[in-house]
Design a protein around this ligand. Structure first.
Ligand SMILES: [Zn+2]
Length: 235
């Protein structure tokens, strides 16, 4: 299968589903990751233009660790909206290039609007990419509308998974990929006293308790016409 995971900021997929993505890769599936926002507002001292470049490199390094292809759409933080036509065209092009059988993105209720809009943008672009005369034909053939899974919210707030993926054997690589995001982790640790690696490990452990394994990631399907399936698509 081909899997396309679309995160909002450069570290969101690492937090929500990198264990699952790495598991897909180990099983021989083709995984692509794409972040929509460039992360340029994610620091107090590093200025947006410089940070934008740093965070692109951090995300590319993280994708390398799990063996995923990396795409990025350069939308400034706090400006992600599914009403942005250019964003939809660009996302549609990524979908035409990667031809996903299944996609993973945010939940439609998470702690910041950028995250929620990333789901709506994915949903909108996915329909567009299935239409022959929609923008982006130069990027590749149309992509059939495919199932979408919501990954967990940050800290699991308001999110009850209906499917779990056992990532006990992938947790260390998930955290190694997350460690690539030094601009975020070091800042949070030094200035806010938050050990974000421990935070993410603990959330994965809680999801693991819920389904009887060491570590897990939780998901919910997007329940809409044309996106349902009789098969288990998560690894
Ligand atoms: Zn985010």
């Amino acid at each position: 299968m081909r899997i396309l995971a679309i995160g909002c900021h450069p570290d969101d997929l690492e937090i929500g589903c990198y264990g699952t993505l790495y598991k897909y890769v180990k099983q021989g599936h083709e995984v692509s990751v794409c972040h929509i926002a460039n992360g340029n507002m994610g620091h107090v001292e590093i200025m947006p233009d410089e940070l934008r470049k740093i965070r692109f490199d951090e995300a590319a390094a993280a994708a390398d660790i799990i063996g995923a292809k990396h795409y990025s759409i350069d939308i400034p933080d706090i400006h992600v909206t599914a009403e942005n036509d250019e964003l939809i065209y660009e996302l549609g092009r990524v979908m035409r290039k990667t031809q996903p059988d299944v996609m993973i993105t945010h939940f439609d209720r998470d702690y910041m609007n950028d995250h929620m809009q990333a789901y709506y943008a994915t949903f909108r672009a996915s329909f567009g990419a299935s239409i022959p005369h929609f923008h982006g034909a130069e990027a590749g053939p149309v992509v059939p509308v495919c199932p979408i899974y919501h990954m967990d919210t940050v800290a699991g707030v308001g999110f009850i998974p209906t499917e779990y993926v056992d990532i006990t054997e992938e947790i260390d690589v998930k955290l190694k990929a997350l460690s690539c995001h030094k601009s975020q982790l070091e800042w949070m640790l030094e200035h806010d006293g938050i050990d974000f690696l421990d935070f993410v490990r603990t959330c994965s452990k809680v999801r693991g308790y819920q389904c009887g394994v060491g570590y897990a990631e939780g998901f919910r399907p997007s329940l809409n016409y044309l996106r349902l399936t009789t098969k288990r698509l998560l690894p």
